[in-house]
Design a protein around this ligand. Structure first.
Ligand SMILES: [Mg+2]
Length: 281
């Protein structure tokens, strides 16, 4: 790689299957790279299909006080003390400032109910499940499952039908201004948002704070990460043990890094590689 100057960096990352192991949700193999980022004061922005409630304990484990993005890009959350420079707050949730980008879950569930009446398609989703059922489908413990059910902007669906039926569902959702995103374990009915929408406001806020436009390293393993990866300066496709790599555009592929190892191990390798590239200690 060519030598570059040292612009400020932001790391924006998916969790499931990317920073967290697909099966065990463990991030220990990424710890060396996480420690290096912390030492360099490079913000670690979590950008996930998870809810704010689910993320709270994980952010504590990761020691992360950076802004974060929940429910597949539906909202960006941050606290005043860590990010006073941002002037775009439009709401509040769980003690955080919030900038929403998508439809509410109530709007999504109402559209799904109407689609079921119109088409007969009736995918099971989180709204149909109690805590024990979600535990069976995900392997989450009871507390984590309860947090996963506290959703505000998206509805994960367990798709068991055919591909043509899935396309039909996506078409029907589009007629309500909603979208279907394929994640590692579920398909997600979401508003007109994606995991890339947060990048511009994030870059603006950090540019105000730092006086220089940051470069973005983004890491993901699924189709729902494509919008984020496409907008990154350094897209990293983390290998998945279960899914083929997401398809990036021809314009994006040449600057993308594809990890050899899966999940947090691949994450660790990619971050070290890019920090070495910028000659960071
Ligand atoms: Mg993922």
């Amino acid at each position: 790689m060519a030598q570059l100057s040292q612009p400020p960096l932001l790391v924006v990352t998916d969790l499931d299957g990317t920073l967290l192991d697909h099966h065990s949700y463990d991030f220990a193999p990424a710890q060396p790279a996480l420690t290096r980022l912390k030492r360099l004061s490079i913000p670690l922005i979590l950008n996930t299909s998870k809810t704010a409630a689910e993320l709270a304990p994980l952010r504590e484990q990761l020691g992360s006080d950076a802004p974060f993005v929940v429910e597949n890009g539906a909202a960006l959350l941050w606290t005043d003390d860590v990010w006073p420079a941002c002037a775009e707050p439009l709401g509040a949730m769980m003690g955080h400032r919030m900038q929403p980008f998508g439809a509410t879950r109530a709007e999504i569930l109402s559209a799904l109910a109407q689609i079921q009446r119109d088409t007969g398609l009736n995918p099971e989703g989180f709204a149909d499940w109690d805590v024990p059922t979600l535990m069976r489908h995900t392997g989450l413990d009871a507390v984590s499952a309860q947090q996963a059910l506290e959703r505000h902007f998206s509805e994960p669906l367990l798709w068991q039908g055919s591909d043509p039926e899935l396309k039909k569902l996506a078409r029907a959702l589009r007629s309500y201004g909603l979208r279907l995103l394929r994640g590692g374990r579920f398909v997600h009915a979401v508003g007109n948002s994606d995991k890339g929408r947060c990048l511009a406001p994030l870059k603006r806020a950090y540019q105000r704070q730092w006086g220089r436009e940051p470069r973005v390293i983004a890491l993901g393993d699924g189709d729902n990460d494509v919008a984020m990866l496409e907008l990154a300066d350094h897209p990293v496709v983390v290998r998945s043990p279960v899914n083929p790599p997401p398809r990036l555009s021809a314009a994006c592929r040449p600057r993308a890094l594809y990890t050899e190892a899966c999940g947090p191990e691949g994450w660790n390798q990619a971050i070290h590689h890019l920090l070495d590239h910028y000659r960071l200690p």
